[in-house]
Write a protein that binds this ligand. Sequence first.
Ligand code: F0G
Length: 478
Amino acid sequence: MGRAFPHLQPLGPTVSETAFQRCISPACGATYGTDEILVACPQCGNLLDVSYEWDRINVPTKLADFESKWTRRFDPLSLSGVWRFHELLPFAPPERIVTAGEGQTLLQQADAVAEFVDLDAGNLYLQYEGMNPSGSFKDNGMCAAFTHANCVGAKRAACASTGNTSASLAMYCAVSRLMKAVIFIGSGKIAYGKLSQALEFGALTVQIAGDFDDAMARVREVSSQLGIYLVNSVNPFRLEGQKTIMFRVLEALRWQVPDWIVVPGGNLGNSSAFGKAFAELHALGLIDRVPRLAVINAAGANTLYELFEHRQLRWQGGRGDLEPACQYYQELDAAKRKASTIASAIEINRPVNLTKCLRALEVCDGVVREVTDQEILDAKAKVGAGGIGCEPASAASVAGAKVLRSQGIIARSDRVVCILTGHQLKDPTATVAYHTTDQEKFNEVLGCRGVRRATYANRAIAVPNDLDEIIRAIQLYS
Ligand code: F0G
């Protein structure tokens, strides 16, 4: 047996000479070294990017050059679906990189789902991120943030989470034994699959009386006061890892750019990372066009949808007026409105990456839609019927693609990639409830509003413990 982290060596803090952190606001643009631990620009408070001096970095001249890594699967960094693209996120030296075999994911052509969405057969793809070691896309970003934490010598790492970020952080801490995990969860909904991971992996789990937005605000305060490394997606290094989801989509499409990427929106880390990935690939001349991006909110947690589609909030090259967002948050507070959706992973009203996501929407000529819990659960049932299922939040992408298709924004002949962000078994409660609950009890059992029918339910049949009755039932139903 090889060691899990054969390449890791105990070194002092590292600083990259070709990577740095930069404020995303063009008016500020302040830069900081990679040895600094920051989650916002100290000068103006805006989010930070990891930027690179690309002309000093040996980047492959074409994306197909990355295929040379495929023959080196014995090397953990070439096996990793994140680190085999190291040249496109080169902020850490190889000996500091942490990997747990993340990013072994599948782009699945799903014709039954294509029919449901009303796309031509062969044109709908599901990028299944549930195959990651902790069962969600978070591992893509967590291995990158964790690597940075390792570069700066952090001993404790923290996050607020609706469940998957905490599962991922707890996993990297447990498997690498480099740091101790401190996780903050709200007292509302957290799917048991996710909570069970954090507990079993040994994370210090702090459940605060409040929801995710409250937990997020608190973890920022606590990590800054106690000097704990914060791994939520305000951490710019995390988003570097999440760029690779797009690299793998392109890889699976033999480096062809699809027409649409459709992704659920919660804290808006993924959508922000995808926009950055495509902006960089385009600037490096590695792709000749960028796909369009669709970010899908749950209707019960629809801040981005409200701000982008109704209040015309825009990035405008970094000069957009953010006042509508402040105004909207005041309205939420005044009405004491909390996020509420069956898709607990995206039950977020104050997305921390709002500005970066607006930038991504500009880069990718994006759109935002909201989908109801009913639409999410029906889409999830359709995805699951295809054999590789997903958790409720993930199905928002498929439900959103269906809405955009019905509005004629996505054409029937478009090539569409929906991101399935998390594994089906993360939240079995929602799945079992959909398939077994009597219609009038839905909202009570699922803890949500507005779900009226389970159109695609596969109901269990109840039979007496009697051989003849059992045989009769099987013959009747099969
Ligand atoms: N899908 C799943 C399964 C998630 O867990 C999350 C976020 C999202 C989508 C939204 O992604 O934040 O990049 O827009 N989960 C976070 C967590 C908030 O704490 O696990 P985003």
